[in-house]
Every structure is written in C-alpha cells, then in structure tokens.
Write a protein that binds this ligand. Structure first.
Ligand code: SF4
Ligand code: SF4
Length: 345
C-alpha cells in the first residue's frame, strides 16, 4: 500500500493537470448544502463540504438517461430503427465521493452487474469512472455507517482514499486506476513513514465519533411473512406522506421506469429514476394496485432494504448508513428505528 502526500497548495494545479485526462466531478455549493456536479473549466471541488442532499449515484445511474433513439423521417438514414445511443466518451474522476457512497455503488452493482444480467448502460458509466474518495473526519450525528459494513474511512469501491491532514491530503493508493489518476495530476511525493499511522489515528477518532448504530443480526433468521405481516408497520409508518424524498436521496435506491418520448417524427427511449413510494409505481393496467395504501409502499421500501436484499445477496443491508433519509424525511421516519424494530420482533 503506498501513500502520497498532496500539499493543499498544489491541489488546484494538480486537478487542472488531471482535467486533461478526465472529466472531473466533485462537490460544489448549492443553497445551504452541496451537490456533486460536473466541474466546468476552472471550477474546483469544495473539499471542505460537510454533506450533500443527493449522493453521486447519478454518475453510474443518471436521473434521466437516453438509452435509444429513433426517427420515422424517411429522408434520414436508419429511419424506423431503434438505435442505441453511443456511450459518452472519455474517463471521469469522481473527486470527494464519500466512502459510504462508494460502498453504495458496490451494493447497486449486485443488481446491475451479476451472473444473470449485465446492464450495459450502468456498466459503461461505471467503467469510465475513477473514484477518488474523501474520508470523513467529523461524521454527522445521523451517520450510522459503521454498523452497515462501511465507515468514514472505508475503502471498498474506491480507487484512492484522500485523508484531510491539515495542510495536506494523504492519498492512500488503492487500485491501478487510482495510481493513474495521481500520476496524471502530477501528485508523486511519497508520504513519510508516519503517514499510515496518521491515517489510522484519524480513522479511529472518526469511527469513535459515530455513536448511532443499527442491529440486524437476527433479521436473516426470520421468515419474510412474519415480518411482512408484523403488527407494528401501521404504527411506525402512519406519518409517511409518500413524498419519495428518501428514495431519491438514497445512494442505494435503484428503481427506474422506462418511457418513450416523442416529438414530431423523432423519439427517444429514456430511463428515469422512479420510486416505490409513488402510487403509480405498482399500479396495474387493470386498475388493481397491490400496494394500495401509503403505509404498504413504505413497508416495501424497508422490507427491500432490510429483508429481501439481505436474503437474496447475503451481503448485509441495502443501506450504508449515510443518514440522508433520516435528515430529510419530513415525517421524521427513521430507518434506524425500523431496522431495530424488525431485528427485535
Ligand atoms: S418515509 Fe419520509 S421521506 Fe420517505 S416517502 Fe415517507 S415521508 Fe417521504
Ligand atoms: S436507507 Fe437512508 S441511511 Fe440507508 S443508505 Fe439510504 S438514504 Fe442512507
């Protein structure tokens, strides 16, 4: 494992060099928070950011993605043929992605890239990315990532882990992709022998600051129907207004809908984020809706994350403990309470 020291004074210049080889994505201010965005020429990521309302899952799973296009205009070549839209060219570096968001991409990868199905659109987005993570030195009070198989300094899914060490970043090089990014940026100063210890000390401090936890050790041993029919659901979820905020903010929610949009003789087939919280999500053409009531939709979200995923993949919860849904739910519905209730039922 090698460590590179990046003096903060040379950070901006290095990113400008890296820009020649990568499209850069990073955190930028937005109202009272931050968001991940493609960085325009001369724009730099705000590495002092605390949190983002949305995760950067859109880099692999865009909110709206054109998959195919067609034309009925017979004066044009290939008319009446549905054609795949070519992949966007070039490599991308996702700067400042948080460790729990990188882990979330690995969890969603189980859905989009498995032995039965490989989603070409998701995969081509994923493969062009280099993930340059930023460790969380001061976790928020709603962060419960350490009980969800990740943590403020976790490395899974990252190519480089940057650690803010005051006047410099210590870069832990994790993959060849990460090594290439640092080389393109001209970051080559070997960190001193004490770098590994400095990172471990900051990691221990950050992990100790996380006091919020969930337990799910007993969930796998319970039957689906016992949990599905449990009497607590209506009480726990009655306040949910099905606004969908939690699903869009969540880095592990992957539901989508596919629509054809037509203008004149031209059309596109688009994949859009969808949400199990909306009534139309499961509304059958017959008029029947198997999740007729609001609380049933909310139960679906929690059963998927806390039971179905656990049973199907044996990879823990479909939740990385980022705390976004806890912070943003207008009805104060808290997945930590639901998870612990399921575990103790
Ligand atoms: S749980 Fe909260 S954020 Fe999610 S849909 Fe219900 S009210 Fe909205
Ligand atoms: S369920 Fe909530 S805490 Fe868990 S990953 Fe999604 S947004 Fe984060």
């Amino acid at each position: 494992m090698s460590y590179i020291r990046i003096a903060k004074a040379s950070w901006d210049g290095g990113l400008e060099k890296a820009r020649k080889a990568y499209e850069l994505i990073g955190p930028v201010p937005e109202k009272d928070s931050h968001k991940y965005a493609v960085l325009a020429a001369g724009q730099l990521p705000d590495m002092g950011f605390k949190s983002t309302k949305l995760s950067p899952k859109w880099v692999v799973f865009p909110q709206s993605e054109v998959m195919f296009e067609y034309t009925l205009d017979e004066s044009k070549a290939n008319h009446h043929i549905l054609q795949e839209v070519p992949a966007a060219p070039g490599a991308r570096a996702v700067i400042g992605i948080r460790p729990y968001d990188a882990k979330a991409i690995q969890l969603t990868k189980m859905n989009f890239d498995n032995k039965d199905y490989k989603d070409p659109f998701w995969l081509r987005n994923y493969e062009r990315c280099t993930f340059v993570g930023l460790a969380i030195n001061e976790p928020s009070s709603t962060d419960f990532s350490t009980s969800c198989g990740t943590g403020p300094f976790a490395e899974e899914g990252l190519d480089v882990l940057l650690v803010d060490a005051g006047d410099a970043f210590i870069a832990k090089v994790l993959t060849d992709k990460g090594k290439k990014f640092l080389s393109e940026a001209g970051f080559a100063e070997e960190a001193g022998a004490d770098a590994a210890k400095a990172v471990e000390d900051l990691k221990a401090k950050a992990e100790a600051a996380i006091t919020s936890k969930v337990s799910y050790n007993k969930i796998a041993g319970k039957t689906i129907m016992d949990l599905y029919d449990a009497p607590f659901w209506k009480d726990v979820l009655f306040g949910c207004i099905n606004c969908g905020t939690c699903t869009y903010a969540c880095p592990t929610c992957w539901c989508f809908d596919i629509q054809d949009e037509v203008k004149g003789t031209d059309g596109v087939r688009v994949r859009n984020w969808d949400s199990c919280m909306t009534g139309l999500f499961t509304h059958h053409a017959s008029g029947h809706n198997p999740r007729e009531h609001e609380w049933e939709r909310t139960r679906q979200r929690f059963m998927h994350k806390l039971k179905y995923f656990v049973d199907k993949y044996d990879a823990g919860l479909m939740c990385v403990g980022c705390g976004r849904c806890v912070e943003q739910c207008p009805a104060n519905i808290d997945i930590r309470t639901v998870c612990n209730t399921l575990n103790d039922f």
